[in-house]
Write a protein that binds this ligand. Structure first.
Ligand SMILES: NC(=O)c1ccc[n+]([C@@H]2O[C@H](COP(=O)([O-])OP(=O)(O)OC[C@H]3O[C@@H](n4cnc5c(N)ncnc54)[C@H](OP(=O)(O)O)[C@@H]3O)[C@@H](O)[C@H]2O)c1
Length: 291
């Protein structure tokens, strides 16, 4: 699957492969609410991912809520050496469409302790603030994660759904190892944050790398036409693989977490790590219109 150049040193001390897995969709639908109905199938998929070299798995407390973390632990704990499971806190979910921010220091501590328990971990390698809570000073939320880090409950701090100004503010409080924002070949408004992260050695985890909307099953980039489809056909690849290969080439700090419930799609997505786009192909893709 990979070569030595396909790794990233997360937080300057955890080597991970740049093609990981986003587990969010291994939940009941709609709304990623409730335990994944094909629990054993979910475990098989997670184990297959690790077998294929995936060592970075993204989840979050509200996926389920909690059930996604329990599934990952059921499939993989005790975790093979080098496997990093990252989770997030700061969002509460009480129903398929009842989702709200909760970024107070007390809530973040409670979320983190729940994730530690469900993931069967003593320390979470990368704990991400899921999104800023407009009702809580951002510095309070980040400060809470800094405190959890100081206590050894988490190793590195990440942010999600943040602006450039928030990344800069957070870095004044605690080292930031990663930023997870929406970004893909068709949606590149976050270019300035990506560039800032690249400049400062921060991993960038684009969510929705295949351009899927959070609760929709369609992945527009997996079914793209035009230049993307043409390049895919030239390479003997799928459009989705080309979209993932474009992200890998876009910046060395990009770590991919494509989501899927299908082992065939998982294998296809992981195989994208081996695709090398030519300069011309990369330029053509970079010029494709944005949706
Ligand atoms: N921080 C945040 O706020 C946030 C928000 C959303 C997501 N995330 C994270 O980002 C991860 C990825 O995002 P995402 O799952 O929403 O979007 P995505 O990776 O862009 O796309 C996932 C969708 O694409 C389909 N798909 C995947 N591989 C495919 C393939 N090879 N061929 C055809 N279809 C394929 C999947 O369906 P199948 O199951 O049929 O393959 C699924 O519907 C999530 O798992 C989660 O960890 C974070």
């Amino acid at each position: 699957m990979t070569t030595a150049t396909d790794t990233w040193l997360l937080g300057a001390d955890l080597s991970i492969h740049r093609l990981g897995y986003g587990a969010m969709r291994l939940c009941a639908q709609p709304g990623n609410f409730g335990p994944y109905p094909d629990w054993e199938g979910g475990k098989r998929l997670l184990r297959r991912a690790v077998e294929l070299g995936v060592d970075f798995i993204d989840t979050a407390h509200p996926y389920g809520p909690g059930w996604n973390e329990e599934l990952i632990a059921d499939a993989l704990a005790p975790y093979p050496a080098g496997v990093v499971v990252t989770t997030k806190g700061g969002v509460e979910k009480t129903g398929p469409a009842q989702v709200f921010s909760d970024g107070s220091a007390a809530s973040l501590r409670r979320f983190c302790e729940g994730s530690l328990r469900r993931l069967k971990l003593e320390c979470i390698d990368l704990y991400q603030l899921h999104r800023p809570d407009p009702a809580v000073p951002f510095a309070e939320s980040v400060g809470a994660l800094a405190a959890l880090r100081a206590e050894g409950k988490i190793r590195h701090v990440g942010l999600s759904n943040v602006t450039l100004a928030q990344v800069e503010e957070a870095r004044g409080i605690v080292p930031i190892a990663s930023v997870q924002n929406r970004y893909n070949l068709l949606e590149r408004d976050d270019d300035p944050v990506l560039a800032y992260c690249a400049e400062h050695g921060i991993a960038y985890l684009p969510w929705g790398p295949l351009a899927a909307k959070p609760f929709a099953p369609e992945a527009p980039l997996a079914h793209a036409s035009g230049a993307i489809a043409q390049i895919a056909s030239d390479l003997g690849a799928t459009a989705g693989q080309v979209a993932l290969a474009w992200l890998l080439r876009r910046s060395p700090n990009i770590i991919l977490i494509p989501g899927t419930t299908s082992i065939a799609h998982l294998e296809e997505n992981i195989a994208a790590a081996a695709i090398r786009l030519s300069d011309g192909e990369f330029a053509t893709l970079s010029g494709t219109s944005r949706g």
